[in-house]
Write a protein that binds this ligand. Structure first.
Ligand SMILES: [Zn+2]
Length: 266
C-alpha cells in the first residue's frame, strides 16, 4: 500500500502543465510554479541559494549552470507537509520534478533543503545512490534532522528494538513513513560521516551497492562486515545520547508532537 501511495503521489507531480503560466518563474537552474508569483519568486530565490550552498558543502564545488535543473511545484497548506523529488525521462533528457506542499513559513526551509539535496545527488549519481544513503544525506542536510534522529535512537536504545543494518543497506526504498528504517538511515549516515569525509561516504555507498557491503566496508572504513558496523554504530549512537544533554523536546514543540508527514522519493 505504501508503494502504491508513493506512486500515486509521484504521478500527481505531473501536474505543472495545469499551472497558471502567470505564476511561473525561472532561472538557469530552477523553475518554480507557485500559487502566486510572489511565492514562486521567494522559493526560486531560496532554491538557488540552497543549491549553491549544498553543492559546495557536499561536492566541493558549485555545479555548472543548468546541471540538475529542476521544476518545483509549490502548494500552500497549513495542515499538511508533503514533499517529493521525482525524475522523469522525456525525449532522452532527465527532468527532476520537486513538489513542495507546506505552510508558507516553512517553504524555504528544511523541506526545500531536503529536496534540493535529492536533486543534487540525483544529478551527481545518475546510477542512483542506495535508498538509505539517498535519504540519509538529505536528512543530515536538514537543520531539523538531528533532533528526530536522536529521538529515534533513544527509542531504539530504550526498547532494544534496533533495526537490522543489513535490511537497511539493502532496502530498495525507504520513506519517512517507515520511521525505524528512515531515522536509522539518517543516524548511520551521520556515523559514517564522522568516520570519514563526504567523498568517502559517496564512494562507499556506490561501491557497496555494486560490490557488496562487506567488501565496501573493508575497503573504505576498515570494518570487517555489516555485523561489526552494526555494533559500532549502535555504540556510537548510544554514546551520543549520553553526551548530549539537551532535552528531546525542542522549544516550542509539545512532547507528543509528531513530525509532519513527508513522502520523499528517490
Ligand atoms: Zn527524501
Amino acid at each position: 500500500m505504501e508503494a502504491l501511495n508513493q506512486i500515486l503521489f509521484a504521478l500527481s507531480l505531473i501536474a505543472p502543465s495545469t499551472t497558471d503560466p502567470a505564476t511561473l518563474v525561472k532561472s538557469d537552474n530552477v523553475e518554480v510554479a507557485g500559487p502566486t508569483k510572489e511565492v514562486a519568486k521567494e522559493v526560486l530565490s531560496a532554491a538557488e541559494a540552497i543549491r549553491k550552498k549544498l553543492a559546495i558543502e557536499w561536492f566541493g564545488r558549485e555545479l555548472p549552470r543548468g546541471v540538475g535543473y529542476c521544476a518545483i511545484t509549490v502548494e500552500l497548506s497549513d495542515q499538511e507537509q508533503r514533499c517529493a523529488t521525482w525524475q522523469m525521462e522525456r525525449d532522452g533528457c532527465t527532468y527532476q520534478l520537486v513538489r513542495l506542499k507546506a505552510p508558507r513559513a516553512d517553504l524555504a526551509g528544511s523541506p526545500l533543503v531536503h529536496e534540493i539535496l535529492h536533486v543534487l545527488t540525483n544529478s551527481q549519481f545518475p546510477q542512483g545512490l542506495p535508498a538509505w544513503a539517498n535519504e540519509g544525506v538529505a536528512c543530515v542536510a536538514e537543520d531539523k534532522e538531528e533532533f528526530y534522529c536522536r529521538r529515534a535512537v533513544a527509542w531504539f536504545s530504550k526498547t532494544g528494538n534496533w533495526p537490522r543494518l543489513k535490511e537497511i543497506l539493502e532496502a530498495e526504498h525507504i520513506s519517512e513513513n517507515e520511521h525505524k528504517r528512515y531515522w536509522a538511515a539518517a543516524s548511520l549516515t551521520r556515523y559514517l560521516l564522522v568516520r570519514g569525509d563526504r567523498q568517502m561516504f559517496f564512494q562507499f555507498a556506490s561501491a557497496g551497492k555494486s560490490d557488496g557491503w562487506n567488501n565496501a566496508l573493508r575497503r573504505y572504513y576498515a570494518v570487517q562486515d555489516v555485523n561489526d558496523l552494526e555494533k559500532s554504530w549502535q555504540a556510537w549512537a548510544v554514546e551520543g545520547l549520553q553526551r548530549e544533554t539537551k532535552p528531546l523536546v525542542p522549544s516550542g514543540m509539545a512532547p507528543n508532537e509528531q513530525r509532519v508527514s513527508t513522502v520523499p522519493a528517490n
